[in-house]
Design a protein around this ligand. Structure first.
Ligand SMILES: [Zn+2]
Length: 304
């Protein structure tokens, strides 16, 4: 499943290749891919003629900012991919939405398992999102005109690579939580964009056991974890993301980060630091990989 580095890679590719391009028309081939507006025919009509001004990312969602201020969101979820295809290239049976660009190219939304969702929203309000503390649970009224782009992300936590994500802020947030570190890193309302791969990698790098309670971390632990989260995400971006099955960049090519990971899916292989075999446990139904020597198990009597 694409996490922050993979989605960032796709967004940067698209910024380079389709910023400035006009969408001549769109064809929705799988109706449920369209989250908003409904029905999909309305989506097709509303996106036709729009020019893409800029492409970036929030959490695990690609944002295509249009010239007229509207924003198209693409949540890739499990197997979604956005691929720029030159004119006249072969049909893709897994293309769920095809955007015809005015210059003859196509932007294809490909999704084998069909969990991804695309929305087209009035703009505005995005800047304020994630600046507040915790998840303000605003109700989202599907299909109404009051539904704005900011509300799509109202439940999301801070962006770990943003300047406002400081050690102090992270320490404050961790101290208030008794959840296990692994579960907390996966919680999108706690921190945005981190998934199973980068949570395991960050905990290994920070020498922290996945089952450690957040509110038991000392100042040095917090510093190490803060640095580790940012490092693993930055390296993931530099290597164009990790491909285990379907993830590809907008060039249709897999990323190179999978073979550079330290623990994720390396069960039984030697730890890169100490040589001990990497172990796997299940935390909150998610496979979790760690080194039993470098990441010592929390002691039950540890002070809260
Ligand atoms: Zn180790």
């Amino acid at each position: 499943m694409p996490e922050l580095p993979e989605v960032e890679t796709v967004a940067r590719d698209l910024q380079r290749w389709v910023a400035g391009a006009t969408i001549a028309g769109a064809e929705v081939r799988w109706a449920r891919t369209i989250r908003h507006p409904q029905p999909p025919e309305r989506f097709e009509a509303e996106i036709a003629g729009a020019t893409i001004r800029r492409v970036d990312r929030r959490a695990k969602t690609v944002l295509l900012h249009l010239e007229d201020g509207r924003v198209m969101t693409v949540a890739l979820r499990m197997t979604g991919a956005l691929i720029v295809a030159p004119a006249g290239t072969g049909e893709d049976p897994y293309a769920r939405v095809v955007f015809r660009l005015a210059d003859g190219r196509e932007l294809r939304y490909r999704d084998v398992r069909k969990f991804g969702r695309i929305g087209l929203w009035p703009g505005g309000g995005l800047r304020s999102i994630g600046a507040g503390r915790g998840a303000r649970s605003r109700r989202i009224a599907e299909g109404t005109t009051t539904y704005r782009i900011g509300e799509v992300f109202s439940g999301h936590g801070p962006e770990p690579l943003s300047r406002s994500f400081t050690v102090e802020r992270f320490a404050e947030r961790l101290a208030r939580r008794s959840a296990k570190l692994k579960s907390l890193l996966l919680d999108q309302s706690f921190i945005a964009g981190v998934g199973n791969i980068y949570a395991d990698e960050a905990l290994w790098r920070a020498h922290l056991h996945p089952l450690r309670r957040a509110d038991t971390l000392g100042e040095r632990d917090v510093r190490r974890l803060h640095r580790a989260v940012r490092q693993v995400l930055r390296e993931g971006i530099a290597n164009r993301g990790a491909s285990f099955s379907d993830y590809v960049g907008a060039d249709g090519e897999p990323g190179a980060n999978a073979e550079r990971l330290a623990v994720y899916r390396r069960t039984g292989e030697p730890c890169l630091r100490c040589g001990r075999r990497i172990e796997r446990v299940v935390v909150g139904q998610r496979s979790t990989h760690f080194c039993p020597r470098c990441q010592p198990e929390p002691v039950a009597s540890e002070p809260a």
